[in-house]
Ligand binder design. Structure first.
Ligand code: ADP
Ligand code: MG
Length: 341
C-alpha cells in the first residue's frame, strides 16, 4: 500500500462515508457519554452533529479519530472498520479537534509538511499541497511564522489545512468556529464548502452555532445526554415547524409594532418588523392588513435561525442537573444563536 492520496482508497464504493453502529461510551467515572448511538453519513454529504454542551459530540468524534475506545459498538469509515483496520481507516479522515494541538514553536509551513510525513507523503508533494491549502485558507503570508504567534482564527484555519494534508475523503471538524469572529468563520466555510462541492469531500461538523448549521448542512443528527434524538435532513426538520417568521424592512420608521389579526409582530428596530404566522397564512393577507394601517414594506426575507426555535422545543432544559464542564459552559455563552443547555 503506497497511497499518496486517500482518495485512491475506494474498496467499498457503496459504503457511507461514516457508519456508526450501536456506539456507547462509559467513562471510568461511570458517566455514560454515548448511549447506543447509530447513524450514517452519506458520501459527499455536509452533516451537522448538534447538541448542547456535554451531549457527547466530542466523545463521538474522539472515538471516530481513535483517541478514545468505545465501550460498545463499531465505527466504519468509507466502509473500513476502525477496529479491524485502524491505520487504513484513519487515513480516510482528517480531524480538526476542538482544542489546538500543534507544536507551538514550529513554523506554519513546516507543521503541514511534518504532518504529511506521518502519512508517507513525499516532501515535494507535501510542499505543493501545503502551498495550495495555505493559499486557500488565507495563511500563505504566515507560512514562516511560528504557530504560537498566530491569532485564534489563524490557528483554527491552520488546523484545517493540517487535517487536509493527506487529502482525506472525510473531514471532521469539532466546534471549528467556537470563539472565531464572523469574517474568519465565513472564510473557513468558503473553504469547506468548496472542497465539499468541488472535490466531493464529505464534511461533518459539530457546532452549537445553529444559524451556521442551518445555512451549511444538508443532514443533521442531534445528540442529547448521549442519546441520538434526531437524525434527518435539515429541510425535513425545518418543515416540522408549524410557524414561519419573516423580517420586513419598512419604508417609514414605527414607534410600536402594528397589531395584526393574522400574525404576531415584533419591532426589532424602528424600520425592521418581524412577523410570525402560521405556515398556512397567505402573505397577501398580511400585506393587506399592513397596507390598511398605512405601513409600506420595502423588502422581505425569511428569518434564518429557525433551527434555534426548533431546538428549544426538542432539547429539554438541563437545569442544575447538568454535568457540563465549566470551560465549555463559558465557551457557549459567547455564541449568538446556540443550543440551549
Ligand atoms: P460535547 O462535545 O457534546 O460538549 P463531550 O463529549 O465533551 O460533550 O462530553 C460528554 C459528557 O462526557 C459530558 O458530561 C462530559 O463532562 C463527560 N466527559 C467528557 N470527557 C470525559 C472524560 N475524559 N472523563 C469523564 N467524563 C468525561
Ligand atoms: Mg465538544
Amino acid at each position: 500500500m503506497n497511497q499518496t492520496s486517500a482518495n485512491s482508497t475506494n474498496e467499498h464504493p457503496d459504503a457511507p462515508a461514516l457508519t456508526i453502529t450501536h456506539l456507547s461510551k462509559v467513562y471510568p467515572t461511570g458517566l455514560k457519554a454515548l448511549d447506543d448511538v447509530s447513524f450514517t453519513v452519506a458520501r459527499g454529504g455536509f452533516f451537522a452533529l448538534l447538541g448542547p454542551n456535554g451531549a457527547g459530540k466530542s466523545t463521538l468524534i474522539n472515538i471516530v479519530s481513535s483517541l478514545l475506545k468505545p465501550t460498545e459498538g463499531s465505527v466504519k469509515i468509507m466502509g473500513i472498520d476502525l477496529e479491524a483496520e485502524p491505520s487504513k481507516a484513519k487515513r480516510q479522515i482528517g480531524i480538526v479537534p476542538q482544542e489546538f494541538n500543534f507544536n507551538q514553536f514550529e513554523k506554519v509551513f513546516d507543521i503541514l509538511v511534518t504532518q504529511a510525513g506521518y502519512y508517507g507523503i513525499p516532501a515535494k508533494r507535501a510542499e505543493v499541497l501545503a502551498e495550495r491549502f495555505l493559499k486557500q485558507l488565507g495563511l500563505w503570508e504566515k507560512r514562516d511564522t511560528v504557530s504560537r504567534s498566530l491569532s485564534g482564527g489563524m490557528k483554527r484555519r491552520l488546523m484545517i489545512a493540517r487535517a487536509m494534508m493527506h487529502e482525506p475523503p472525510l473531514l471532521i471538524l469539532d466546534e471549528p468556529t467556537a470563539g472565531v469572529d464572523i469574517e474568519i468563520r465565513r472564510s473557513m466555510w468558503e473553504f469547506v464548502e468548496k472542497i465539499n462541492k468541488e472535490e466531493g469531500t464529505t464534511i461533518i461538523l459539530t457546532t452549537h452555532y445553529l444559524e451556521e448549521a442551518e445555512t451549511l448542512c444538508r443532514d443533521i443528527a442531534i445528540l442529547e445526554k448521549g442519546k441520538l434524538i434526531q437524525n434527518t435532513t435539515m429541510k425535513e426538520l425545518l418543515n416540522t415547524l408549524s410557524v414561519e417568521s419573516f423580517i420586513m424592512d419598512l419604508t417609514q420608521p414605527l414607534t410600536q409594532a402594528p397589531k395584526l389579526g393574522v400574525a404576531e409582530t415584533k419591532l426589532t428596530d424602528s424600520r425592521t418588523l418581524e412577523v410570525t404566522c402560521d405556515k398556512s397564512t397567505s402573505i397577501n393577507s398580511i400585506f393587506t392588513e399592513l397596507t390598511d394601517q398605512g405601513i409600506e414594506v420595502l423588502s422581505l426575507r425569511n428569518k434564518s435561525n429557525r433551527l434555534e426555535e426548533l431546538f428549544m422545543r426538542l432539547v429539554e432544559p438541563h437545569g442544575e442537573g447538568s454535568d457540563e464542564p465549566e470551560s465549555q459552559a463559558k465557551q457557549s455563552s459567547n455564541a449568538t444563536a446556540e443550543v440551549r443547555s
